[in-house]
Design a protein around this ligand. Structure first.
Ligand code: UDP
Ligand code: MG
Length: 312
């Protein structure tokens, strides 16, 4: 008998959790040949999420949980879940039922063929999402796949079922700045992708603002590509070449036709142009430096305040 762990990051999900739990129980009933554990990670919710989880634990010993001392973000919650999971297979899904749990059976059967190490999901459309968000999301995936060696699949959700071996590999990546979509790709292994249509969340609301996603995508780029660092050097070379030609042109022009002073517009343009590029390059450098700074502190990825084994 295999044990399957499901891990669910929860941030202010008091409304969605009961629905999700119900669905998970249904799946466990259908897959009665397998043992289940349902792990919930309370990511410092400000509502009654923890109470809801405690209640579930009281009536169902398959429920386990880790409750953070504050909000550490979904990536940290995923890591905590993977660490807590004891199953031979580990599934992770969102609390809002946007990742339909009934797919787990199909995913598990696929892994039984031993042909794959992981079954992951991607959505075929971005229905129900603001147009502008879809646009930027698509551009982000195009860009990151161009500049990173790790493949990051467009539309990939975090919803997936993995073998113990793959989970152990992911746990070995202890970096503080976590970008799961990249990490899953980086560890390798064979992944089967299944597609499904986007579903709206059952209750509660999305935790991602536009800027939240924007900075998250920057995180992804910086964590999985050092190409932007090269931009600085390339810009430097290009500017140098332009400067040589321009100097040559100005000298020739002055010798041939003289110089009636002026020159203010071209000078100010040059100053702004070069100043801007310098700031951009400094900014890029700063981003990498700040990430390095955070990594060198070797802080824990999360702090657990309570688990099912430490009930007060
Ligand atoms: N989440 C979390 N910590 C956070 C933000 C979100 O654990 O700081 C969880 C959230 O509870 C949900 C999942 O991550 O289970 C996905 O969040 P959401 O549904 O808001 O994102 P979306 O589906 O809109 O991309
Ligand atoms: Mg969601």
């Amino acid at each position: 008998m295999d044990k399957i762990s499901t891990i669910v990051p929860c941030y202010n999900e008091e409304q969605a959790l009961p629905y999700l739990y119900e669905e998970l129980v249904k799946v466990a009933q259908k897959m009665s040949g397998q043992e289940f554990e349902f792990i919930f990670i309370n990511d410092g919710s400000r509502d009654r999420t923890l109470d809801v989880i405690r209640e579930l634990r009281k009536k169902d010993p398959r429920v386990r949980y880790v409750s953070f001392s504050r909000n550490f973000g979904k990536e940290a919650a995923i890591y905590a879940g993977l660490e807590a999971a004891k199953g031979d297979y580990v599934a992770m899904l969102d609390a809002d039922l946007q990742d339909p749990p009934y797919l787990l059976e199909e995913m598990y059967d696929t892994l039984q063929t031993r042909e794959y190490d992981c079954v992951a999901t991607r959505r075929v459309d971005r229905k129900g999402e603001p147009v502008i968000r879809s646009f930027f999301a698509r551009k982000f995936y195009q860009l990151i796949n161009k500049i990173s060696d790790t493949e990051i699949v467009d539309g990939a959700r975090d919803f997936r079922l993995m073998t113990r071996q793959m989970v152990n590999s992911i746990l070995e990546l202890k970096e503080y700045n976590r970008f799961s979509k990249g990490i899953f790709g980086w560890v390798g292994y064979k992944t089967k992708w299944i597609a499904y249509e986007n579903v709206e969340r059952v209750a509660g609301e999305t935790k991602w603002s536009f800027w939240g996603l924007f900075f998250y995508s920057l995180e992804g780029i910086i964590a999985f590509s050092t190409r932007p660092l090269a931009i600085a050097s390339i810009l430097g070379v290009v500017l140098f070449v332009i400067a040589i030609f321009w100097t040559f042109y100005i000298i020739t022009k002055t010798i041939l036709w003289g110089e009636p002073v002026a020159g203010y517009p071209s000078m100010i343009c040059g100053i702004f142009f070069i100043g801007g590029i310098q700031l951009l390059c400094l900014g890029i450098l700063g981003q990498y430096l700040s990430k390095t700074y955070l990594e060198t502190k070797k802080r824990p990825i999360y702090i657990a305040k309570e688990t099912e084994e430490s009930v007060y």
